[in-house]
Design a protein around this ligand. Sequence first.
Ligand SMILES: Nc1nc2c(ncn2[C@@H]2O[C@H](COP(=O)(O)OP(=O)(O)O)[C@@H](O)[C@H]2O)c(=O)[nH]1
Ligand SMILES: [Mg+2]
Length: 340
Amino acid sequence: MPANLTHRYLNAEKAYRKASTLVEELECLNLMLRELPKHKGTDKLQAELKRKISRAKLALEKSSMASARSNLKIPRQGAGQVVIIGAPNSGKSQLMASLTGANSEVASYPYTTRSHLPGLMPWEDLFVQIIDTPPALSGVLSQDTLEIIRAADLVLILGDLGSDEGAEELLKILSEIQGGKTRLGCQSSIDRDQVGVTTTHTLLVWNKDDLLEANDRLDFFQETFKVADQALQRLITSVSLFTISAATGHGVVGLTNGIIQVLDVVRVYTKHPLQKDPDYEKPYAVKRGTCLIEVAKLIHQDLARDFRSARVWGTQVHDGTTVKGDYVVHDKDIVEILTH
Ligand SMILES: Nc1nc2c(ncn2[C@@H]2O[C@H](COP(=O)(O)OP(=O)(O)O)[C@@H](O)[C@H]2O)c(=O)[nH]1
Ligand SMILES: [Mg+2]
């Protein structure tokens, strides 16, 4: 064993021996490799570390594939996936009902736990998938809920204006969740420095503003937040706020528009070359900035493979303009894809 291992290396090695998860293990191994003095005497150790790193990566990949599979419990539907979380009794199920309305299609997939219920929120000619979650008891979300948050486009975290404990309950959930690998923030991202850490775009929704005490409580809650952990304060002030009543519907339209704005999708209607009219029944919803070839892939792999050119009708181009696969689609474009 080479004698000149640095303190930093030895500390990383100590952390590696204590690591309880694959992610931590991999982080420590990477650190050890970085801190290892590189010379002839450490050749063997270097090789061994690299072997361990690739083994840990493989194991991590396998386990994340397994968790991706468990996400299939709730197949994605519509223009985006939005999950509602919050303390028990904050009004999650009421909000779900209010957003999805009478048209809500609560699907009973065979592998769905009865407590994670998906429904569809109509918006113009699109639908957005909304998922209700079981209560976070003592601020702790179940592993299933965390996985759903990780895969979702947006989280609505509900605060309860009907309870004096509304702010504390919210802080408890936030502190629990920010301490883990699946976090909330003012935009979605994957952390490049910390393996396994992801952030899902979140809106803070104060519910029950129909109650007389609601305004006073909200003022009082601001005081509670002032003495909270700084990271949580930053989170609370960075995310967009909505104040609603899920029961009366007050503010729900504003929230719906907020959701649509975050999802930032555009609609594309397709038209078959042999047909006169486009299919207005089934718009394809894609993120703004998506190219036509990506839309073709969504429609059918073969269509993308055999793609020759397309004609587009829309507000941003002259009717029937011929475009290539790199054309960036706009909202309400009608496209006719021509193949080889
Ligand atoms: N006054 C008022 N009560 C509400 C509102 N939303 C929900 N509630 C009530 O709060 C209680 C809990 O609602 P629920 O949706 O079951 O909460 P969940 O446990 O978060 O799913 C129920 O008695 C609802 O009627 C609201 O906007 N205003
Ligand atoms: Mg509920």
